[in-house]
Design a protein around this ligand. Structure first.
Ligand code: ADP
Length: 471
């Protein structure tokens, strides 16, 4: 099959979270299964664009409302990714360092979608399936089926994957004219709650909707920022497919970002060497159990609970544990985390920012990884933690529920039900006593590292889904 993925992120070209990891891996595994898979994303002017060489394969004009935009389609000169990657360069909109959080994000990503379809429209032939990821590509299924200009794609199956339903990309009807012309009869297909909403449009128009875990699919039917009714209505065409991880990139035996590589055979020594490197870097004590957190510092991830949990445990159980936090996000959480550093120096440290290399070292060197998420569509961190022999401490929600089983149920993680200070603290206390039993602790590490969460299964599930739509 000829598969096209369209996304705002694709690792290593651009990653802000799990979306980047997924779109950087799924096409690769689909190629390994014998298909042709390509990814299309915007060309951001960040580190990746500075460090790689690109060649232009097409130049065109995209129209957004009354404005024309010139765009270029770029390809890597030396592509070793394992799949084709095309980057759409739109001067004025994407020649910026960051992926998101600009005032004109709706216009940026709508122009990206229009430019993508304009380019595909003038190529010979059509793909067998177009797979769109998250709201930044949410108008594609609508435009392919209802905009006359793109009539050639009317019968091409579209898949839309919800990686995160919290971000919907909605804007007012005053900007309806930004979309390419279509019959007003179809206005309802871009609308939700009296606004233009790309996420809702994709859920309505895509041939199939997928979520990144089965439990998340159940949860969004009763909790998804006002879109629950739509999710329930479209349930029959929706399916939850659990994400995999790229075991080529995330492999403690070969990961170049670690202090020391290790496998199941030398897990104790390997993890200790990485823990010592980590503790040296952050002035922590390697003899204490090390609790870590990696991720966006937002309420969705339960990150707002961390400062109080760290304060209470460091104050009332001093010297019993160490904490290390890596993340960035809401200012008040960042400030609260930074504030604690002075008081608990030697037992706690945080790195506010994004650091891919450090994240790998943390997965390898930590004893425990905290994920107290309120919402977790799949969660990749716990899967990386398992692969690196780090015990995940998770709230039973979304993909965390689907992938982590509590040690009390013959599992390998520590689970709690509420996103509350009490529940997380209780789990940390359980973890500390578990840590003392070195034999059991090492046995669990071995068990975790053997679990197969590679993309093989999920990539096959997606192919079967595409094939079921063949016409
Ligand atoms: P999200 O909801 O943010 O997409 P996921 O669990 O699906 O969460 O994926 C998070 C990905 O982003 C993981 O690869 C994780 O290691 C990475 N990540 C998150 N925050 C940071 C950070 N501050 N520095 C480095 N990597 C990060």
């Amino acid at each position: 099959m000829k598969i096209i993925h369209i996304s705002a992120e694709c690792y290593p070209a651009a990653k802000a979270g799990g979306l980047g990891d997924v779109v950087g891996a799924l096409p690769k595994y689909q190629v390994l299964l014998g298909h042709s898979a390509a990814a299309i994303m915007p060309f951001y002017h960040g580190k990746y664009s500075r460090e790689n060489e690109f060649t232009s394969v097409y130049s065109g004009i995209a129209r957004l409302g009354h404005t024309n935009f010139a765009f270029n389609v770029l390809e890597l000169v030396k592509n070793t990714l394992g799949f084709e990657l095309f980057l759409i360069d739109i001067p004025g909109l994407f020649d910026r360092e960051n992926i998101y959080s600009y005032h004109d994000d709706d216009e940026r990503f709508l122009t990206f979608q229009i430019a993508t379809l304009n380019w595909l429209n003038q190529l010979e032939g059509v793909p067998d399936v177009v797979h769109c990821h998250d709201q930044q590509t949410g108008f594609i299924p609508f435009m392919m089926s209802k905009v006359r200009e793109y009539g050639k794609f009317e019968h091409i199956p579209t898949i839309f994957t919800i990686h995160n339903g919290q971000y919907q990309g909605q804007f007012g009807f005053d900007k309806l004219y930004h979309l390419p012309p279509f019959h007003s009869y179809f206005n309802g297909l871009v609308e939700w709650n009296h606004q233009i909403n790309p996420l809702a449009s994709a859920i309505k128009c895509a041939w199939r909707v997928t979520t990144v875990s089965p439990t998340y699919l159940d949860e969004i039917g009763y909790s998804m920022k006002g879109m629950e009714e739509l999710l329930r209505k479209e349930r029959s065409k929706s399916i939850g497919i659990l994400n995999g991880i790229d075991t080529g990139v995330w492999n403690p035996e070969t990961d170049p970002m670690l202090e020391k590589n290790y496998s199941i055979k030398n897990i104790s020594g390997g993890k200790s060497a990485n823990k010592e490197a980590l503790c040296r870097q952050f002035g922590l004590d390697p003899s204490k159990p090390l609790f870590t957190f990696i991720g966006r510092l937002v309420g969705e991830k339960g990150a707002d609970l961390l400062p109080e949990i760290i304060y209470n445990l460091s104050k009332f159980n001093p010297g019993e544990q160490n904490f290390l936090i890596l993340g960035s996000g809401e200012k008040h959480i960042q400030n609260a985390l930074l504030h604690l550093e002075h008081e608990f120096k030697g037992n706690y440290c945080s790195y506010i920012g994004y650091n891919e290399k450090l994240s790998h070292l943390i997965y390898a060197g930590a004893d425990f990884l905290l994920m107290p998420s309120r919402v977790e569509p799949c969660g990749l961190n716990q899967l990386y933690a398992l692969r690196y022999g780090t015990v995940p401490i998770v709230r039973r929600t979304g993909g965390l529920r689907d992938t982590v089983l509590d040690i009390g149920d013959n599992g390998f993680g520590i689970c709690h039900d509420q996103c509350s200070i009490f529940d997380v603290t209780h789990s940390i206390q359980r973890a500390k006593s578990f840590y003392k039993n070195k034999k059991a602790f090492n046995a669990i590490r071995k068990q975790m590292m053997q679990i197969d969460h590679s993309w093989n299964k999920a990539a096959t599930d997606y192919i079967q889904l595409y094939q079921s739509l063949k016409i």
